[in-house]
Unconditional design. Structure first.
Length: 246
């Protein structure tokens, strides 16, 4: 099983949009577990799953097994561990190794080919638990000055965590989102990211597509939509590039 964490402390950087479309696209190729670690529960909504106040991914910090939190989705190959809406991560700030231990004891890797984890816009126990199990981290960012600053901050935070955990996070990829090639500032920001972090870290960009915003209303990820769209093409290309890397 390959585990991919989607993360950026900067809010609204298309983490959830990326997690939902990546998980749905991968579900065409194998069995996928989508873990929604953001209590907003938007990834769960994106795959048509109702939030629960009793049981969700965060319940593993309250003693539940991960498997108990699994729910089927609109897509055959896609299982979701949805968010627990009112979980207060700050009460559990010191918890480490919980997700890793659940993966091991429940032999999660035997049941799924891919696991995608959507994380909240924070640097907390949820992200650290995710980094302990991941094979790759994807950082989506908007090509603005602060978006690029946030990528640098996120990279440093991940490397610092990796040192604390004592494991190498081999693959970190940066995904430009809501990119418009006609805006000069966007092009400049992409060049800046290439220079600062290396061209090999950068995925092909995801353009602006209103269907990517509307899909949450109908719980219909664009990659599962028969109507072709720019968002669909971009996320399919991103998925292929990611698969080549991992
Ligand atoms: N490529 C795109 N084109 C148009 N709208 C987009 C695109 N990507 C994301 N959006 C919209 O931008 C908003 C933020 O996206 P999303 O919720 O995925 O970000 P996020 O990083 O998960 O946010 P948060 O930090 O709150 O978890 C949403 O309204 C989403 O529908
Ligand atoms: Mg989100």
């Amino acid at each position: 099983m390959k585990t991919i964490v989607i993360s950026n402390r900067k809010g609204g950087s298309a983490k959830t949009t990326t997690a939902v479309n990546l998980a749905s696209e991968l579900a065409k190729k194998g069995s996928v577990l989508l873990i929604d670690f953001d209590t907003q529960g938007h990834a769960s909504m994106g795959v048509g799953c109702q939030l629960s106040e009793e049981c969700g991914a965060h319940s593993i910090f309250l003693g539940k097994t991960l498997s108990e939190t699994f729910k089927p989705t609109i897509h055959d190959g896609l299982t979701v561990s949805s968010a627990l809406e009112f979980f207060d991560v700050y009460e559990y700030a010191d918890l480490r190794g919980v997700l890793k231990s659940r993966f091991k004891h429940e032999k999660i890797a035997e049941f799924f080919d891919y696991c995608i984890i959507d994380t909240p816009p924070t640097f907390d126990a949820l992200l650290k638990n995710s980094l302990e199990v991941c094979d790759a981290v994807v950082i989506p960012f908007q090509p603005h000055h602060l978006g690029v600053v946030a990528v640098g901050q996120m990279m440093r935070a991940i490397y610092q965590s990796a040192t604390q955990i004592g494991r190498d996070i081999a693959e970190i990829g940066i995904l430009p989102v809501m990119y418009n090639p006609h805006i000069n500032e966007h092009k400049l920001m992409l060049e800046k990211v290439k220079k600062s972090f290396g061209e090999n870290k950068l995925f092909s960009p995801i353009g602006v597509d209103i269907k990517l915003a509307k899909m949450f209303e109908s719980a219909s990820p664009v990659v599962l939509n028969p109507k072709r769209s720019k968002g669909l093409r971009d996320y399919q290309k991103f998925t292929s590039e990611l698969l080549e890397r991992i």
